[in-house]
Design a protein around this ligand. Structure first.
Ligand code: GLN
Ligand code: ZN
Length: 749
C-alpha cells in the first residue's frame, strides 16, 4: 500500500454529470418512473466516468465518496448514524429515508436547507441533540471505494469532518449546543477510520471548512483534541484534513500540532494561509496540499503566479501536493461543451475538466520543473472595457449615493401615491405556469417567434394585473412572467455578461443553476424591463411596481471578474440599474423595487472582512437607487428574517420600504428593527409562501396585530414573505384574498 499522498489532486468533482444525468435520474425516481436499481445504475456510471476522467488526466490522488444523491453533509449524517428519529421511525427503505430527510414527506418536513459557506450550494442542516445516537455506518464510502478499485483506481474517501459537521448542525432543543457532542462523534469517526483501513484505504479526506470562519479558542482547542484522538487510532488510513474558502487562522497551527499526515489550505481565497504556514515552524514530515487552482470561479489559473506560490510552500514543507482550492462542485463540468462562446472569452475560462489539467501541470512543475507552460494570456480585449462607464465611475461622488431625508421623501410619496394605511402588495413574481415555461421553451427552439412570445407574455401581464385589481391590492406588480431567473434575465441584457449553454452548477439536490459570467465592463445597451412595466401600468390606475434585481444579488449569482475589485463591478452594475430606474420613472412608474435577497449570503466568513463588504454592497445599492425623484418610492426585498450582523446595513440601504420574511419567525424581526431605530416602511411577510398552505384570515390578522404593536400603520406594509413564482394560482388567489381582508380589518379597527 503506497503511503505517499501524490502530486496532484482535487478536493471534489461535479457529480451531476455532463448533461445533468443525475438530476434526470433522481427526479425520475421521485416521480416513480424508474426504480432504485435503475437509479443506482445511473449513479454508478456517473461515478465511474468521473474516476476515469480524473485518472486519464493523470491526476495521481483521486477522491471518492464525493458523489451524492443529494448532499454530502446529509451523506455524512448517514455515515455517523445521526438520522433524526422523526425520519428513522417512518419505516422507509434506506434510500427513501434519505430522500425523506432531503425533501420531507407528508408527515415530516425536510431538514432545513442552508447556504454552504459563501457559495450558492445549499446543504441540509444536521439535527443533533443530547441523545442523538451516533453509530458508524461507512457503507457508502466503502462501496464507492470498492467500485473504483474494480476499475483499478485506488481512491481517497472524503467525508465532512466531525468538528465542521457539528458546527453546521442545529440543536434539536433550545439551549443545547451540538458542538458539545464532539467527543462522542469523534469515537464514531475512529470506528469509520478503522473500517476504511480494513478495506484497504490508504488516505482519507476529512473536510473542516468550518474553521475558516471566526472560531473561539475553545472550538480550536476542541479541533486539536479531535484530530489528536483520531491520529491515535491504531488501525487507520492516513488523515488529510482539507480546509477551504478562506484563512484558517489559529486553527492552522492547531491542526499542524495534531498527528494528521496532510493539511489542505486554500491559497486562492485564503492568501494569508501562506504567512501562517511560514510562522508555524517546521512541518515534521507533513504533506501540505496547496489549493492553487480556484475551485469556486471559472477563470484559467495564472500558472506562473501559482508556481511561485507553490514554490514558497515547497520551501516550508517536505511534501507538497497541488489541488483545487475547494471542491470543483462549484463550477460547471466541461468548457468544451460551450461551442457558442466568444473564443476570446472561452480561451480565458477553465471549468472542472480543464482545472484538472491545470492541477496536474502545476504538480509536475513543482516536482521537477519539467512542465511546459502554455503562453501567458494576452491582455483582455480592448472592447471589453467600456470607456463611458469608466469615466462615470471615476467621477462618482458621495452625492450620487444619497437621497433627500426620508421624512421629505415620505411626504412627497404619500402626496403622489395616496396609499391607505397598511398598503397591500406582493413581492413581484406570480406563478410561473406550465404554459409560460412551454412558451419559453418554444421560443428557444424557434417554434415561437419573439413577437408571438411577447404577445403571450402581455396577455399574462394583463391577466395578473386584472386579478390584483379584483383582489383589491394597492400596489400592483406585472408578475415577472418574462423572467426565467432574476439574475439570468438581467445578465442576458447587459454588456459584459456571457451566458453558457451547459454551464450547470448544483445549487441543492437535483436543482442546478447556470450562472452568467461577468467578463467585461458592465453597460446597458437598452432598457431591460421598461416595456413590461409600462404596459402593466397602462392597464391600471393603481401604481405598478417596477421590478429590478440589485447589484449585490447579480454579483452573488454570477461568476465574477477577478481582475478588478468586486466593488467596482458592483458599481458598474449599479450604474446600469440607475439608468433603468430613470427610464422606469420616465415611463410613469412611481414605485420601484430593487431586490437584494443575496445581501447576507455573500457576507465574508471572517468578521474583519465584513465591514468592507457591507460598505461597498450598501454603496452599490444606493448608487442604483438614489437617482430617483423624492416622490418615487424605492422598495427592497430580502428573503430572510435573521438579520444578525447585516441589520445596520439593511437600514443603511435607505430604501423607503423593505419587505422581509417574517411569518415563520412570528414577526420577531420587527423588534430587532425597532431596536436599531429603523424608521422607514417595512413589510414583514404574513404568508409563508414556501409552503402550499393557505393561511386562514384570522392568522394573518393575528400577525398584523403583532406588527402594528411595533410599527405604526402608516409605515407598515402587508405582503407575502417572498415571490409567488413557485406557487399555484388556486392557493395564490385564496391567500391574497385573505391578505387583503386582513389589512382591511385592521384598517377598520
Ligand atoms: N421579485 C422577485 C420575485 O418575486 C424576488 C425573489 C427573491 O427575492 N428571491 O420572485
Ligand atoms: Zn424573497
Amino acid at each position: 500500500m503506497s503511503t505517499a499522498f501524490g502530486q496532484s489532486t482535487v478536493l471534489g468533482y461535479p457529480r451531476i454529470g455532463p448533461n445533468r444525468e443525475l438530476k434526470t435520474a433522481v427526479e425520475a425516481y421521485w416521480a416513480g418512473t424508474i426504480d432504485a436499481t435503475a437509479l443506482e445504475q445511473t449513479a454508478a456510471a456517473l461515478r465511474s466516468d468521473v474516476w476515469r476522467t480524473l485518472r486519464d488526466a493523470q491526476l495521481d490522488a483521486i477522491p471518492s465518496n464525493t458523489f451524492s444523491y443529494y448532499d454530502q453533509v446529509l451523506d455524512t449524517v448517514v455515515a455517523v448514524g445521526a438520522v433524526p428519529e422523526r425520519f428513522s421511525r417512518l419505516g422507509l427503505s434506506q434510500l427513501d429515508t434519505y430522500f425523506a430527510m432531503a425533501r420531507g414527506v407528508d408527515a415530516e418536513p425536510a431538514l432545513e436547507l442552508t447556504k454552504w459557506f459563501a457559495t450558492n450550494y445549499h446543504y441540509l442542516v444536521p439535527e443533533i441533540g443530547p441523545r442523538t445516537g451516533f453509530v458508524a455506518n461507512p457503507d457508502k464510502a466503502l462501496r464507492e471505494f470498492a467500485q473504483a478499485r474494480q476499475l483499478g483506481i485506488v481512491t481517497r474517501p472524503v467525508l465532512v469532518g466531525p468538528a465542521t459537521l457539528l458546527l453546521l448542525a442545529k440543536a434539536t432543543e433550545p439551549g443545547f449546543d451540538p458542538f458539545d457532542r464532539l467527543d462522542d462523534l469523534v469515537e464514531v469517526y475512529a470506528d469509520i477510520l478503522t473500517s476504511l483501513a480494513d478495506a484497504g484505504v490508504a488516505w482519507v479526506q476529512l473536510d473542516e471548512p468550518g474553521y475558516v470562519s471566526d472560531r473561539t479558542p475553545a472550538q480550536i482547542e476542541a479541533l486539536r483534541a479531535a484530530y489528536t484522538r483520531l491520529g491515535q487510532v491504531a488501525r487507520r488510513p492516513r488523515i488529510f484534513v482539507a480546509t477551504y474558502f478562506g484563512e484558517l487562522g489559529d486553527a492552522l497551527p492547531a491542526l499542524l500540532d495534531s498527528p494528521i499526515e496532510a493539511l489542505g489550505l486554500d491559497l486562492v481565497a485564503g492568501s494569508g494561509n501562506l504567512g501562517r504556514l511560514a510562522a508555524a515552524g517546521p512541518l515534521r514530515g507533513k504533506t501540505i496540499v496547496a489549493g492553487l487552482v480556484d475551485g469556486h470561479n471559472i477563470w484559467r489559473t495564472d500558472l506562473r503566479a501559482a508556481i511561485s506560490t507553490g514554490t514558497t510552500v515547497t520551501r516550508l514543507a517536505d511534501h507538497v501536493a497541488v489541488s483545487t482550492s475547494c471542491s470543483l462542485l462549484h463550477v460547471p463540468v466541461d468548457l468544451s461543451a460551450e461551442t457558442r462562446l466568444d473564443p476570446q472569452l472561452s480561451g480565458r475560462l477553465a471549468f472542472a475538466r480543464q482545472k484538472i489539467d491545470e492541477v496536474v501541470l502545476l504538480g509536475r512543475a513543482l516536482r521537477d520543473g519539467t512542465a511546459v507552460l502554455p503562453p501567458p494570456l494576452p491582455p483582455a480585449p480592448g472592447q471589453w472595457r467600456h470607456h463611458d462607464v469608466r469615466v462615470r465611475l471615476a467621477g462618482l461622488t458621495a452625492g450620487d449615493r444619497r437621497r433627500s431625508p426620508y421624512a421629505e421623501r415620505a411626504l412627497a410619496q404619500q402626496a403622489r401615491l395616496s396609499l391607505p394605511p397598511l398598503p397591500t402588495t406582493t413581492i413581484g413574481s406570480f406563478p410561473q405556469t406550465a404554459e409560460l415555461r412551454a412558451a419559453r421553451a418554444e421560443l428557444r427552439r424557434g417554434v415561437l417567434d419573439e413577437a408571438g412570445y411577447a404577445d403571450l407574455m402581455r396577455a399574462e401581464v394583463e391577466r395578473v394585473v386584472r386579478m390584483q385589481e379584483r383582489l383589491g391590492l394597492d400596489v400592483l406588480v406585472h408578475g415577472e412572467p418574462e423572467r426565467n431567473d432574476m439574475v439570468q434575465y438581467f445578465g442576458e441584457r447587459l454588456d459584459g455578461f456571457a451566458s453558457t449553454d451547459h454551464g450547470w452548477v448544483q445549487s441543492y439536490g437535483s436543482r442546478c443553476v447556470r450562472p452568467p459570467v461577468i467578463y467585461g465592463d458592465v453597460a446597458r445597451p437598452a432598457p431591460m424591463t421598461v416595456g413590461w412595466s409600462r404596459y402593466a401600468q397602462s392597464l391600471t390606475s393603481r401604481p405598478v411596481k417596477g421590478m429590478l434585481t440589485g447589484p449585490v444579488t447579480i454579483l452573488a449569482w454570477s461568476f465574477v471578474r477577478t481582475d478588478q475589485p468586486l466593488a467596482d463591478t458592483a458599481d458598474q452594475v449599479a450604474l446600469a440599474l440607475r439608468d433603468e430606474c430613470a427610464d422606469l420613472e420616465a415611463a410613469g412608474i412611481t414605485v420601484i423595487q430593487v431586490d437584494e435577497p443575496a445581501l447576507r449570503e455573500t457576507l465574508p466568513l471572517r468578521g474583519v472582512d465584513q465591514k468592507v463588504y457591507l460598505e461597498w454592497a450598501v454603496g452599490a445599492f444606493r448608487l442604483a437607487t438614489s437617482g430617483v425623484a423624492d416622490d418615487t418610492q424605492v422598495h427592497t426585498h430580502l428573503c430572510y428574517s435573521e438579520f444578525g450582523e447585516v441589520i445596520d446595513a439593511i437600514d443603511a440601504l435607505d430604501a423607503d420600504v423593505t419587505s422581509i420574511e417574517a411569518s415563520r419567525s412570528k414577526m420577531e424581526v420587527l423588534d430587532d428593527l425597532a431596536a436599531i431605530g429603523y424608521h422607514r416602511g417595512v413589510g414583514p411577510g404574513i404568508w409563508d409562501i414556501h409552503s402550499p398552505r393557505v393561511p386562514a384570515p384570522g392568522e394573518m390578522v393575528e400577525a398584523l396585530r403583532r406588527a402594528v404593536a411595533v410599527v405604526p400603520a402608516q409605515r407598515l406594509w402587508v405582503n407575502p414573505d417572498c415571490g409567488l413564482k413557485t406557487r399555484g394560482y388556486p392557493e395564490v388567489e385564496a391567500s391574497l384574498r385573505h391578505l387583503v381582508a386582513a389589512a382591511r380589518e385592521l384598517r377598520g379597527s
